[in-house]
Design a binder for this molecule. Structure first.
Ligand SMILES: [Mg+2]
Length: 279
């Protein structure tokens, strides 16, 4: 009997990178950057090139300040009196964070389908969790605005993972580290074989294979769903994403891991959850 469903956030629940693209393009032309950009056009007009740059520059430390610095834009994220903040606030108001089409409905239906029934073998409702290397402050705000925060039982986020960083090395445990999945299952009190993990990248898949909690002889592999609307297509669409996700991922020890399902729309997630609730 299915016990829990864990959702990745960026690229699975919400098109966050598309929003960052719009923001950085807008901020490029902000008066505070006039002398810095010297009348040049924003160099990452197309989403694909922006995404490539963003992923590369974010990879070492998961720090958005690095993107501002790389683009030579005026920003000090730690200084709340800096003009970047009112500019970002205005942008956020004009561009509210939205979930992918159908995602809100899917989350709600998954939550509803997990309630108690006459079937005595389901003696605990289905639990939902968020597993993200994004900041909880941002993710919670988005979930709340979209009316879905009430469906989740727990989360693992950048702030939580920061507690495990190796002496300040933020990159040491980001995905595909399995620590976040071990923590997520601990919080949801679920077992790997009865836990669905939904993500949009091969790193999500790798991180939920053979997860160790405390016992090295007991490794848990989750039921993995890959979604094609996220970032594995590298800006080239669902078909490209599907071909990437279906190839699976090489793991240490000559093993290869594959998704149990690769899906093209959020309502397919509901079907899969319902199927596993019956098993
Ligand atoms: Mg993702």
């Amino acid at each position: 009997m299915l016990q829990a469903v864990i959702f990745d956030y960026d690229g699975t629940m919400a098109p966050t990178m598309e929003r960052q693209h719009r923001w950085f393009e807008k901020y490029w032309y902000h008066p505070v950057n006039r002398d810095r950009v010297k009348g040049k056009d924003f160099p990452y007009k197309d989403f694909k090139s922006f995404m490539k740059m963003y992923q590369e520059k974010m990879a070492p430390a998961e720090n958005v300040q690095d993107i501002y610095d790389f683009l030579n834009l005026d920003c000090n994220m730690n200084d709340f009196n800096h003009p970047v903040w009112p500019a970002y606030k205005a942008f956020s108001t004009e561009n509210p964070a939205i979930l992918y089409p159908g995602m809100k409905e899917a989350i709600k239906e998954i939550w509803e389908s997990g309630q108690l029934t006459r079937n005595y073998s389901r003696n605990r409702r289905l639990r939902l969790g968020v597993n993200t290397s994004n900041s909880w402050k941002i993710v919670f705000g988005d979930l709340e605005k979209n009316g879905v925060s009430k469906y989740f039982d727990s989360y693992v986020s950048k702030e939580i993972l920061a507690q495990y960083h190796g002496n300040g090395n933020a990159g040491s445990i980001k995905k595909p580290s399995k620590i976040s999945l071990a923590l997520a299952m601990e919080l949801l009190d679920s077992e790997g074989e009865y836990t669905i993990h939904i993500g949009d990248t091969l790193n999500d898949l790798a991180s939920s294979n053979k997860v160790m909690r405390l016992n090295p002889a007991h490794l848990e592999t989750l039921i993995n769903i890959g979604v094609t609307w996220g970032y594995s297509g590298e800006g080239e669409g669902k078909e490209k994403a599907r071909s990437v996700l279906e190839r699976g991922v090489e793991l240490s020890g000559d093993r290869r891991a594959y998704f149990n399902y690769v899906v093209d729309s959020p309502n397919q997630l509901v079907e899969i959850v319902k199927k596993h609730l019956k098993e």
